[in-house]
Each structure stands twice: as C-alpha cells, then as structure tokens.
Design a protein around this ligand. Structure first.
Ligand SMILES: [Zn+2]
Length: 262
C-alpha cells in the first residue's frame, strides 16, 4: 500500500498513527504545508525509512507564510521530496496567484539546480499555469500532480510533459475525477489520500486506504484489482529508482525486481 500525498502530521494523534502507517504501507509521502512544519515534522517523524516528509508551502496558506519563502528555497537542496507546493487559482486564493506563481517558479528552478526532485503539486484552478512552469523547468525532476482537476486537454498536456499523477479515493468518487483518471496512463499513477483534508462522511481517509482506488481503476481500465495494485507498486519502484537514497524496502526487493525503464 502506498500513500503518495497525505498530511499525516495534521491527523489527531499523528504520532500514535506513525508506526502503524509505516507498518501497513510500503511507502508514505507526508507533504508539509510550510517549511517550519517540515522542519518540525521531519524531526518527530525521523527513523521510519518508508515514511518521508516533503518540504512544502501550501498555496492556500501562502499569504500567511510568505515570510518562510527563504527557508523553503534554501532547504530544497536538503531533501529529495518537495510538496505540497503549487498554485491555487480558485476564488479564495486567486488574489495571490501571481505571487504564488513567482514562488513556484523559484522552487522549480531550485529543484533543477539540485539535480531534480520528486515534487507533489497542487494545481486547483490553475493547471495551465502549473504546466507552463513545469515546461519552463524541464529538469526540475518528477512532477507529480496531486488530485488533478484540470480539463482533459490540460491532462493530455501534463502527460506529454512527463508528469505523474497521484489519485485518491475522494477524487474517484466524483464523476469528473473518474473521467480524468480513466485518461491517465496507469503506469504513471500513484495512490494518495490527501487525508485528513479528504474525508468520507467526515472521517478522514487513512493513509493505508489510498489503495482503495484500485477498485475504480480496475473498473475503468478493465484489469483486476490485484493487477492494478501490483502496477502501483511497480510504479513506485520505478519512480523512486532514481532517488539518492534508495529505500530499505526497495533494496530488499531489488534482486526480485526486473529493471523497468524510468
Ligand atoms: Zn494536500
């Protein structure tokens, strides 16, 4: 099981959940909402090889956290995982969109300077602008568009640009999300929850429930749920193959794995 985008630090009793998440999931990417939160969470979540904390500055709190811009940029070199970063062009945040854009431009440039990173990206209401920036920083690493909600045309452009996608149970419950999911190349999709923000009947999805998208994938792609789950694991290994520090679970299974093209 994989959760490539969750806010584990924001669950009630996160520290109690942490060992369970590590045990139940093959890999979990904990995205942070600000560089200070990244520092604190990295400290308290240390010691779990398969739970990684990504350095981020969430576009929804960009205005409040602008003072952490330097901290964000200067730490890009210190981590392989960036997120949650991106743009939010929805009505509430459109006022800061240009400033958000300037920051994302700087973050992606920094990612490119430091050899490329895994970047979990928010793009609500601003998919074209996010894709424009990815296009102008082709060496930024692996952009993973989280909960993509753009148009089918924007999706095709993202695929052409080499983007990956993280898809969660909340996304596939909605008709629009299912339609977009069906158009994604399954070999570039990773499960996510976006919990605790994403919830079902008020109860946050747990990081080990991201895999429940296998049922929707099975239906949309005409493959068995087991086959889909295996594809997600292959995807994870393939995408992380180029990480500076291979994860323990990858080393252990390396010999059994065929060499997949990046
Ligand atoms: Zn998120």
């Amino acid at each position: 099981m994989i959760d490539f985008h969750c806010h584990l630090d924001l669950y009630p009793e996160a520290l109690r959940l942490l060992p369970e998440v590590s045990r139940r999931n093959l890999f979990t990417l904990v995205v942070s909402t600000s560089p200070r939160a990244w520092q604190a969470t990295s400290r308290v979540f240390a010691g779990y090889d398969n739970v990684r904390v990504a350095l981020g500055l969430h576009p929804e709190i960009f205005e409040k956290k602008q003072s952490e811009r330097e901290l964000l940029l200067e730490n890009v070199r210190n981590t392989q995982f960036i997120g949650e970063v991106g743009l939010d062009g929805s009505r509430r945040f459109v006022g800061t969109l240009e400033l958000q854009e300037r920051l994302l431009d700087e973050v992606l440039a920094e990612c490119a300077v430091h050899g490329g990173k895994f970047i979990s990206l928010h793009s609500r209401g601003a998919a074209t602008r996010v894709l424009d920036l990815i296009e102008s920083h082709r060496d930024c690493g692996v952009p993973v568009l989280h909960w993509f909600s753009g148009t089918p045309k924007e999706l095709r452009r993202a695929v052409d640009l080499g983007c990956w996608f993280s898809v969660g149970p909340a996304m596939v419950q909605a008709e629009k999300g299912r339609r977009l999911f069906a158009e994604m190349p399954l070999n570039r999709v990773l499960p996510e929850t976006d919990g605790p923000f994403a919830a079902r009947n008020g109860i946050p999805w747990m990081p080990w429930e991201a895999i429940s998208i296998s049922d929707a994938a099975s239906e949309l792609f005409g493959r068995s749920a087991d086959d889909v789950a295996r594809t997600f694991e292959d995807n994870l290994r393939r995408v992380l193959k180029h990480s500076e520090k291979p994860l323990d679970f990858m080393r252990a299974q390396e010999s059994a794995q065929r060499d997949l093209p990046f």
